[in-house]
Write a protein that binds this ligand. Structure first.
Ligand SMILES: C[S@@+](CC[C@H](N)C(=O)[O-])C[C@H]1O[C@@H](n2cnc3c(N)ncnc32)[C@H](O)[C@@H]1O
Length: 278
């Protein structure tokens, strides 16, 4: 009898070292405007009570807090105590009284009161059956509550004119996630996930950050993600540290793009939103 290999958990793919916690915050800065635009289109509004699942170091919760304002409330949930500690400290430093963070596994989460919106970014990709998770979490929504998710299509990153090192770097990241059991095309599966979870057909929007020239942050984004993934990349046989040469990767990506006068398309995000009627 053959048994299907279990996907690795997020913590096994990207362990919460200081490097990874720092990377999450920088990545959030890079993608933040795309998520803010999604929340605006989806109708996140003042006074709402929001649940942010897989909140990491809190950036999506902080963004949501701006939309719901002082009369609303955001609850961020993550199973990493280190991430929750950083998020809680950041909320205290910013004086945000309407955001709170709790450590819990989403499979076991229990809430006392319903929420008006369920949101998340870069979280469904880590679940073998995201529709099952979504169906479970929709129980916490009040009738007609809002469901908003933002997920990547890693394979759609591209450069024009073509840049070989950029393509290789994205491919290594993508293969590593895939071999670890994460789904790098979750953005394009959101409609399917929503309907399987019992939600109506969502509205969707795709957007991407573009990079050009020597100062683009795309080089450091690709390098930081490669860096935190490198031990796993080696373990699953995608590339070795010698292949990757992490110390010089950002500079080589920059030199290649500048030499080709290339425009780089960072992996696009798909945002999906729908109202839940139980
Ligand atoms: C890529 S990070 C995204 C963080 C944040 N949403 C953002 O976009 O900045 C994914 C987060 O989901 C959390 N996570 C993964 N599986 C989880 C689970 N089963 N229960 C709770 N949190 C989980 C991880 O600990 C990690 O912090």
């Amino acid at each position: 009898m053959t048994t299907k290999a279990q996907p690795l958990t997020y913590q096994q793919i990207l362990t919460h070292t200081d490097l990874e916690l720092q990377r999450l915050t920088e990545q959030a800065r890079f993608f933040g405007d795309l998520t803010a635009h999604l929340f605006q289109m989806a109708g996140l509004a003042p006074g709402m009570r929001v649940l942010d699942i897989g909140c990491g170091t809190g950036d999506v919760s902080f963004l949501a807090a701006q939309f719901v304002g002082p009369t609303g409330q955001v609850i961020g949930v993550d199973r990493s105590p280190q991430a929750v500690a950083v998020a809680t400290q950041r909320a205290a430093t910013a004086g945000l009284a309407n955001v709170q963070f709790i450590t819990a596994d989403l499979a076991e989460l229990v809430l006392d009161e319903p929420v008006d919106a369920l949101i998340g970014r870069l979280i469904l990709m880590y679940f073998a059956d995201p529709a099952v998770l979504l169906r479970r979490l929709c129980r916490f929504l009040r009738p007609d509550g809002l469901v908003v998710f933002h997920e990547l299509d890693l394979t759609a990153a591209k450069a024009w004119p073509p840049c070989e090192l950029f393509a290789t770097s994205i491919s290594r990241i993508s293969q590593t996630f895939t071999r670890a059991g994460a789904d790098v095309r979750t953005g394009l599966k959101l409609a399917q996930i929503y309907t399987e979870a019992g939600l109506p057909q969502p509205e969707m929007w795709q957007s991407a950050r573009l990079g050009h020239g020597a100062d683009s942050p795309v080089y450091s984004q690709v390098t930081q993600l490669t860096h935190t993934l490198l031990p796993l990349m080696e373990r699953v046989g995608v590339a070795t540290a010698v292949d990757v040469q992490i110390e010089t990767l950002a500079d080589r990506l920059r030199q290649e793009a500048v030499a080709n006068s290339a425009t780089l398309v960072a992996p696009p995000f798909t945002g999906a939103w729908a109202h839940f009627s139980s």
